[in-house]
Design a protein around this ligand. Structure first.
Ligand code: VG1
Ligand code: CO
Length: 543
């Protein structure tokens, strides 16, 4: 078998976004497109000869083809071994778990997460370091810089490797080891949560429904919820991963997981509902006819953490992304532990976890996780909730309402305007930045603006600075409006508006979030001229 050095020229559009490089499948299918990016990763990380790499993806269209290319390139670039999930499948948190467990030189994860898949859908790739977490901003920037000057890549001229049977195959001087996609992850979950108590809860008639959305978590949920915890088989729906996710949009929110939402709000609803996204790192939690806001979920897990065996010793600290509500901050304060505010994206949590500064992390975008891996983890959050429910034996809604009564309620919502023209989105952001001076001190009814800025973050561990992370309009009473452009979309721009207001008064906790946030929503629309500039009169998704 021969190592080929293939001459190539750079593509100008390989800048990774919030979570790796995401593009339409046809973009990745261009000759040399994937190869250039992979070689840029390998050149940047400079793994020692003979190093081990983890490789897997969420099973979306082009997963198998991409894995074959990357395996042959890894062999040609001096890796000694690659651990590949069976059939090329590894959820994002499982990949993180495997990297950590076997101490590999990081891994490559193929996923466009919650974005739709299929021949015209999205594909994505990212590198995670040896701590199991997404590459830091510095590494990401270095990969991008390499991609702009690349002149060639190395690939082994070899036949495809069989990926459906467990075991080892030689690929040149490298070994490809096909591993069980679920086993290591399931074992880790069993070490963190009280499976005995959850089994008892489930055998006592507590009914659950988990929607895998035809994405990667199907096999994980079956093994853990059905086989190990004894839930009836029909507790897991859409459990077979499909390359196009059954034409769905594997994003676990109230809009795209409507099939589950209808069940949970319908007649004969189960006691607990949950869903995960394309690559298994997100989670949506529902009770009987009740939606748990992801920011509240983080706070609740923090407040109840000691109920789970893996967290009995307590939490070192909590971190949340800036747009995530401050509900977790209140719990941290009560527990006497620090709470960090980072930019959006899991890569900012890695340093804090590695330094032992935080145990739990979360984002408003249905992302929750802990230092058991270095990614957010959908099924982990589901199991944490089941552990809490098994201990407390109350309904989901009762637990949330009790939490609000104790800490006050951080009323929260996110409005997404998806697929708007980039010019219009940039215009809104520019208008807001140009308005900082005039907005400061401005009065809107009973609300007064205290401060406006474009969020910037200094990493407390390595001192690196990340600027331009979202426009914040902060009010004197603690309410907030945040405007951000998405870094994960592949078409046009997605503008996100995050709204938050603190309500200590229990008698107002019954209010619907949209109702309670109506004034802030009005202010956000007014100061951004959003309707005028985008022609949209309603958000695409409301969370
Ligand atoms: C979105 C979310 C962000 C999350 C990111 C990756 O990013 O808002 O919180 O970390 O997706 O999640 P953006 O830039 O589109 O707002 V995943 O599940 O796509 O890896
Ligand atoms: Co995801």
């Amino acid at each position: 078998m021969q190592v080929l050095t293939v001459a190539t020229t750079p593509f100008s559009d390989q800048k990774p976004g919030t979570s790796g490089l995401r593009k339409r499948v046809p973009a990745f299918q261009q000759p040399n497109y994937l190869e250039n990016f992979v070689q840029s990763i390998f050149d940047t990380i400079a793994a020692p000869s003979g190093a081990t790499l983890v490789l897997g993806g969420d099973g979306r269209y082009y997963n198998r083809e991409a894995i074959q290319i990357i395996l042959k390139m890894a062999a040609a670039n001096g890796f000694g071994r690659v651990l590949v999930g069976q059939g090329g499948i590894l959820s994002t948190p499982a990949a993180s778990c495997v990297i950590r467990k076997y101490g590999t030189y990081g891994g490559i994860i193929l996923s466009a997460s919650h974005n739709p898949g299929g021949p015209d859908g999205d594909f994505g790739i990212k590198y995670n370091g040896s701590n199991g977490g997404p590459a830091t901003e510095a590494v990401t920037e270095a990969i991008f810089a390499k991609s702009k000057s690349i002149t060639g890549y190395r690939i082994l001229d070899a036949a495809d490797v069989a990926l459906d049977e467990l075991g080892e195959t030689a690929l040149g001087a490298m070994t490809v080891q096909v591993i069980d996609s679920v086993a290591d992850y399931a074992e880790l979950m069993e070490s963190l949560f009280d499976f005995g108590a959850i089994r008892e809860l489930l055998s006592g008639g507590f009914r659950i429904k988990f929607d895998a959305m035809h994405a990667v978590t199907g096999p994980y949920a079956r093994e853990i919820l059905v086989t190990r915890l004894g839930a009836p088989a029909d507790s897991v729906m859409n459990a077979v991963p499909l390359p196009d996710f059954g034409n769905g949009h594997p994003d676990p929110n109230l809009t795209y997981a409507h099939e589950l939402v209808e069940i949970v709000y319908g007649k004969d609803a189960p006691d607990f509902g949950a869903a995960s996204d394309g690559d298994g790192d997100r989670n949506m939690i529902l009770g009987k006819g009740f939606f748990v806001n992801p920011s509240d979920s983080l706070a609740l897990i923090a407040a109840n953490a000691k109920l789970a065996p893996g967290y009995r010793q307590g939490l070192a600290g909590i971190a949340r992304s800036m747009p995530t509500s401050e509900a977790a901050d209140r719990v941290a304060q009560a527990l006497g532990i620090p709470c960090y505010e980072t930019p959006t994206g899991w890569k900012f949590f890695g340093n804090l976890m590695d330094a032992g500064k935080v145990t739990l992390c979360g984002e408003e975008s249905f992302g929750t996780g802990s230092d058991h891996v270095r990614e957010k983890d959908g099924l982990w959050a589901v199991l944490f909730w089941l552990n809490i429910l098994a201990s407390r034996r109350q309904s989901v809604e009762a637990i949330v309402r009790e939490h609000w009564a104790k800490y006050g309620r951080n009323v929260y919502s996110r409005h997404d305007y998806e697929g708007i023209p980039s010019d219009a989105a940039n215009g809104v952001m520019k208008l807001l930045k140009d308005s900082f001076e005039s907005l400061k001190g401005a009065q809107f009814g009973h609300l007064q603006v205290k401060l406006c800025d474009d969020f910037s973050y200094t990493d407390p561990v390595d001192g690196s600075v990340s600027t331009g992370q979202g426009i914040r309009i902060l009010f004197v009473d603690g309410s907030r409006i945040v405007f951000r452009l998405s870094g994960t979309g592949t078409e046009g721009a997605t503008l996100r508006i995050y709204l938050e207001n603190y309500e200590p008064d229990v008698s107002k906790h019954h209010l619907d979030a949209q109702e309670a946030l109506a004034t802030l929503i009005g202010i956000a629309l007014k100061i951004s001229e959003l309707r005028l500039r985008t022609g949209r009169d309603a958000p695409t998704v409301i969370t």
